[in-house]
Design a protein around this ligand. Structure first.
Ligand code: G6P
Ligand code: MG
Length: 218
């Protein structure tokens, strides 16, 4: 039987944590007298914690010491984790379990490929950790998306060639990372934003089991 590697981004694909990142970054930005809008939050999708703070500081024309930078990063994460601690299964995005369970039952490779250093914790909270054979997160990579590193490590962990892997991503940088890895890219979100993806769906409710079966046979 054909087996493929299916690699999922976390934030915005499996769970909607962007709203918690927004609340935590906004509180932090406002505490140093910097404005922070939902539009700016959009630009932080798929962007690492360090790079996100650098962007916020540059938007607010702020320069701070290395020690202050580290303190702000820790503060943001503590605040973010206070939301994560309250998460449960109800926050899994619609039809994600349906697709994951189908892939698991048909013995396909399933991995996580996320920039988040909190990925394991979040998967545990929403009770999906056992659906994944491999987890590659912000602790395992040195190069950020659109670099393909995170997905290439995922493919290796699943023992699959990159060309036999399929990536689900909600960010432009993530779709580019999948394309750079020579994998099939499936955008989850807006077609006009994710125009570089091989396929785009609004969310998993639009993805049929037949479509997944086609990908497996390819
Ligand atoms: C994902 C999210 C980003 C977040 C990054 C790091 O890519 O889309 O918004 O900044 O992960 O997350 P972390 O949980 O490590 O702060
Ligand atoms: Mg994402």
């Amino acid at each position: 039987m054909n087996t493929k590697g299916f690699i999922f981004d976390l934030d915005g694909v499996i769970v909607d944590t962007a709203k918690y990142h927004f609340l935590a970054w906004k509180k932090l930005a406002n505490s140093i007298d910097v404005d922070f809008t939902e539009t700016q939050n959009e630009q932080l999708k798929g962007v690492s914690r360090v790079k996100s703070l650098e962007k916020i500081l540059s938007w607010g024309n702020k320069t701070i010491s290395e020690d202050e930078f580290m303190a702000l990063m820790a503060k943001k994460n503590d605040d973010y984790l206070s939301y994560i601690d309250k998460m449960g299964e109800s926050e899994i995005l619609p039809d994600v379990p349906k697709i994951l369970n189908h892939l698991n039952e048909s013995n396909q490779g399933v991995a996580l490929g996320s920039a988040s250093k909190n990925a394991r914790k979040i998967l545990q909270k929403v009770n999906l950790i056992s659906n994944f054979q491999a987890i590659v997160d912000g602790n395992d990579v040195s190069k950020a998306k659109p670099d393909p590193e995170v997905f290439l490590i995922g493919a290796k962990a699943l023992n699959q060639k990159p060309e036999n892997c399929i990536v689900f991503e909600d960010s432009v940088a993530g779709v580019q990372a999948a394309n750079n890895a020579n994998m099939i890219s499936i955008g989850i979100g807006d077609k006009t934003v994710l125009s570089e993806a091989d396929y785009v769906f609004k969310d998993f409710t639009e993805i049929s089991i037949e479509f997944i079966e086609e990908l497996i046979k390819k």
